[in-house]
Write a protein that binds this ligand. Structure first.
Ligand code: HEC
Length: 584
């Protein structure tokens, strides 16, 4: 029998002052990384977003695993007893063959409810060097450090077992209770079910090819934005750049920051959205972890087409100049609301909108509205008033054109002008943006009219520091049958997540989109691959969660009480949903 060096040293509250326990816990701490995953209900969890908590407990679970099952009631109990003390308990399932439905069924069968993070690409398990199920961790959400790794309890997968020792809790207590007995022990190893790492089977010791495997992924998922003079802060122009940025690339991949605007892909099928598959993610992360090396000198990244500045859809029928905008070198630029006269001689059916961006390095997004003349000069807030303003289209890089479906068009009335809501970032040098918008008209009326309805919540208040502030809104009921085509949800910097569902006349609800990790920087238009029919009397309902804490990296002011308004410091809840309405 192996001699156990483990011991648990009790000290009096007097001796174990703050300094002592910090020293002894950090003696075990290992550097970890931030990460993000969706749970079995499609909710987004990012370690650093728990920054308002003292500690995150993570337990490695698999469906059907005897140790995982034994642990569940212990974990639920732990969560209940430590919630008030700022501890969050999460499970991590690193088995790509176990899907959300099977995890929900497993937990239901065991009669517990805890978030299970689905690590289908196994990059989080790999980052934490998980080797078996039933391994337990205490993570510091602020530093990402691993403060504890080992057994949850001496009953869960510890050889010899012995008397019941709540190992993880013994380490947790001093972290959350000032003056609690210090923890200074080597926790026992866990012998659970070994984790099969797919990348090991797939790649073995083979070196992944930079030329043939990495570059094609980067071209598919990244380089459209990471170009010279683009909005992204660095251009993927050659191997040296990729190698130099590779640690940062790993971080933005594992926290799901890049590619930007990713949504829950389990729901709906989407066109034109930013996404990265598990396969691509595993390949990139494994390549980075193995040293981001290449063989030979060939560099397919170095031969890249520059940005094409011509009108992609041909010469527009009408070109509108967005009022030019002087952008300073540094600092934050608030939204600019601008208007341009149209002077149409007759109503027109718009079939496409194209953007000729003046300075791509500063223009982050641009919303185009058809409005009553003079409206936004007097009253910029009126942009969300469907009586006087109608959303038409949205520019988010890198896509510079938006074509409506061939059987549809947007009716631009001759008594309308255009208004723009522009968001700029500063890029280190002063510049002037001169962006132009091209409109393309149809020769005849389409089958369907494009209508952009809005799920609007015009009035709410978020308390300073509030982490999960939930708001709801709905569209009016549709008077006729419509087809839902796309979603452009909009909040400002506190937006955290949102869902939009269809509510049918019989009261039944069906979720259509889950923007689980909303990022203020990336207000996308998510377009369905296939339109969804809604009968007359249906409406669209949205739940939106706001995070006004300091752990929200976009938050402009966590100290502020936030109200609805048009500046970056205010909040909005205005989700534009494009529907097609058959014309008589
Ligand atoms: C839609 C455009 C777009 C795509 C696609 C995109 N990026 Fe980015 N990337 C940006 C922008 C813009 C920034 C600056 C930060 C921001 O605005 O969110 C950025 C920042 C970064 C950073 C720096 C982060 C920092 O904090 O400095 C890295 C690294 C990065 N991207 C990697 C990637 C990788 C890897 C991919 C592909 C898997 C990718 N990006 C795809 C636009 C994009």
């Amino acid at each position: 029998m192996m001699m156990k060096r483990h011991f648990f040293r009790m000290q009096t509250a007097l001796l174990s002052g703050l300094l002592l326990f910090v020293l002894s816990v950090s003696a075990h701490a290992q550097r970890g990384t931030d990460f993000a995953l969706l749970d079995q209900h499609g909710r987004f969890h990012q370690l650093s977003r728990y920054g308002e908590s003292e500690a995150v407990v993570l337990f490695v679970q698999r469906n059907g695993d005897a140790l995982s099952r034994q642990a569940l009631p212990i974990l639920v109990d732990l969560q209940e007893r430590y919630r008030e003390r700022g501890v969050v308990v999460l499970l991590l399932n690193p088995d790509p063959t176990q899907d959300r439905a099977s995890v929900i069924a497993e937990l239901q069968q065991q009669g517990v409810e805890l978030p299970v993070l689905l690590d289908t690409a196994q990059v989080v398990a790999r980052s934490l060097q998980v080797s078996t199920t039933a391994e337990a961790f205490i993570l510091d959400p602020a530093s990402h450090d691993i403060l504890y790794r080992g057994a949850l309890d001496s009953r869960i997968g510890v050889a010899g077992g012995g008397e019941a020792q709540p190992w993880l809790e013994m380490a947790l207590r001093p972290l959350v209770e000032r003056g609690a007995p210090e923890f200074d022990a080597e926790p026992p190893q866990v012998a659970g079910t070994p984790i099969d790492y797919l990348y090991q089977q797939r790649f073995g010791d083979r070196q992944i090819s930079y030329q043939d495997e990495i570059v094609p992924i980067l071209k598919r998922r990244c380089t459209t934005c990471h170009v010279e003079d683009g909005l992204a802060p660095w251009a993927m122009t050659n191997y040296r750049m990729i190698q130099g940025w590779s640690p940062m690339m790993r971080e933005v991949l594992v926290t799901r920051r890049m590619p930007p605007g990713q949504i829950d892909m389990q729901l709906g099928e989407w066109d034109n959205i930013h996404h990265i598959s598990d396969e691509e993610l595993i390949t990139l992360v494994h390549w980075i972890d193995s040293g981001a090396r290449r063989q030979g000198d060939e560099d397919p990244l170095a031969v890249q087409e520059g940005v094409d500045d011509s009108w992609q859809l041909g010469e527009p029928d009408l070109i509108i100049e967005v009022p030019e905008e002087k952008i300073p070198a540094t600092g934050m630029v608030d939204f600019r609301i601008r208007q341009a006269d149209l002077d149409l001689s007759q109503d027109q059916w718009v079939r496409a909108v194209a953007y000729n961006v003046g300075d791509r390095s500063v223009l982050h997004s641009l919303l185009v509205f058809a409005v009553d003349p003079g409206l936004t000069e007097k009253e910029p807030e009126a942009l969300v008033d469907p009586q006087h303003a109608e959303f038409i289209s949205l520019y988010v890089p890198p896509r510079t054109e938006e074509e409506f479906a061939p059987d549809s068009g947007f009716l631009l009335r001759k008594d309308r002008d255009l208004s723009f809501k522009l968001r700029y970032v500063t890029g280190g040098r002063e510049t002037v943006d001169r962006t132009r918008i091209g409109l393309y008209f149809r020769d005849s009326a389409p089958e369907y009219a494009v209508r952009n309805v809005i799920a609007l919540n015009p009035d709410f208040t978020i308390a300073p520091g509030e982490v999960d502030h939930v708001e709801h809104a709905q569209t009016p009921a549709f008077e006729r049958d419509v087809l839902v085509e796309s979603f452009a949800p909009q909040t400002h910097t506190r937006g955290k997540s949102m869902t939009i569902s269809a509510q049918f006349p019989d009261g039944r609800e069906q979720r259509l989109i889950n923007v689980a990790n909303y990022n203020f920087n990336w207000q996308m238009n998510y377009r369905l691959r296939q339109r969804i029919p809604l009968p007359a009397g249906s409406r669209l309902v949205s739940e939106t969660v706001y995070d006004n804490s300091a752990s929200n990296p976009q938050n402009v002011d966590p100290e502020a009480e936030v109200k609805v308004g048009i500046t970056t410091y205010d909040e909005i809840f205005s989700h534009f949903i494009r529907v097609l309405e058959p014309l008589p």
